[in-house]
Design a protein around this ligand. Structure first.
Ligand SMILES: [Zn+2]
Ligand SMILES: [Zn+2]
Ligand SMILES: [Zn+2]
Ligand SMILES: [Zn+2]
Length: 294
């Protein structure tokens, strides 16, 4: 079944593209157009397979069919110390004056993702206590949730789209009880320390909802391409998250150093055909890695 409204989210409040007759909502117009071209794809919801992307017209080999930036970027919940502004590994010699997390310098503290979480932490009595540059520091585990909740507040349309994916929450609880426990203690419980319960219930954030958010990010995000000396960072790409993978893929995907993801046709793809991708280099979304590890 094709989505009725917007090509990406199905919203009914749409405009029609004058160039390709594609239909989009005001939020997702931006992703439909890249380099002044129209993206020749749209979402299809399949009863069995869930969401997938299909071609809206014939696509030539080597044509770029999607280029987008992540709408959310965060370190993993389990990470060695890194700067929350630029994600460089840190030597712990400089910490943010407001929230106490290590940074490279004051300038890195002004990066927009950090300013939002910084304010919440600064207003609480909780402070990180990060001691070793070379071990997993559990104080970072709350950052992903803080960033997701900030998106929920600031960009509801994108948050709703993010929530429409599979989180595999229950499967994750059973398959990896240790990680679940780690998240309960270091992500969920710490967040409850930082944000008053009354406010969290306003956001409809029960413990289960919070584990759901963690699962959504783990299942659907992609590792960013970072230079040596940087920590591991993950990003959520709202269109790309719909792509299914296959060894017989008709496209190839690559994450650029500027963190945009680019999907390029490998062979001719006919209108109506499903877009399938293959990941190059080390770039594999965690959901793929999970399948490999299983
Ligand atoms: Zn939309
Ligand atoms: Zn168009
Ligand atoms: Zn930095
Ligand atoms: Zn800070």
């Amino acid at each position: 079944m094709l989505l009725e409204g917007c090509w990406l989210c199905g919203s009914e409040e749409t405009e029609t593209c004058t160039e390709c007759t594609g239909v989009y909502c005001t939020v997702h117009r931006q992703i439909h157009k890249y380099d002044k071209k129209c993206s020749p794809i749209r979402v299809r919801v399949d009863d069995e397979k869930g969401k997938c992307l299909i071609a809206t017209r014939d696509i030539k080999p080597l044509e770029v069919i999607l280029k987008e930036s992540p709408i959310l970027v965060s370190p993993y919940t389990k990470t060695k110390p890194l700067c929350l502004g630029c994600y460089r590994k840190v030597d712990l010699s400089f910490c943010c004056q407001n929230c106490g997390f290590p940074l490279c310098n004051d300038k890195c503290g002004l990066q927009s993702y950090h300013t939002a979480e910084c304010k919440i932490i600064a207003n609480s009595s909780w402070r990180p206590s990060i001691k070793n540059t070379d071990s997993i520091e559990s104080d970072y585990a709350v950052i992903l949730l803080l960033r997701c909740l900030h998106m929920k507040e600031e960009n509801t349309a994108f948050f709703n789209l993010f929530s429409s994916f599979y989180s595999h929450r229950e499967l994750r609880r059973v398959e990896n009880p240790e990680l679940w426990k780690f998240h309960q203690e270091n992500s969920v419980n710490v967040l409850r320390n930082l944000i008053p319960t009354s406010q969290l219930s306003l956001y409809k954030c029960s413990d289960e909802n919070l584990h759901e958010i963690l699962g959504l990010m783990y299942t659907n995000s992609v590792n960013l391409e970072v230079p040596p000396g940087y920590g591991e960072v993950t990003g959520f790409y709202p269109t790309y998250a719909n792509l299914n993978h296959s060894c017989l893929a008709n496209t190839k995907s690559v994450v650029r150093p500027d963190s945009t993801i680019e999907v390029r046709a490998q062979i001719k793809i006919s209108a109506g055909e499903e877009i399938l991708t293959q990941y190059v280099g080390g770039e594999k979304p965690t959901r793929i890695r999970r399948d490999i590890l299983r």
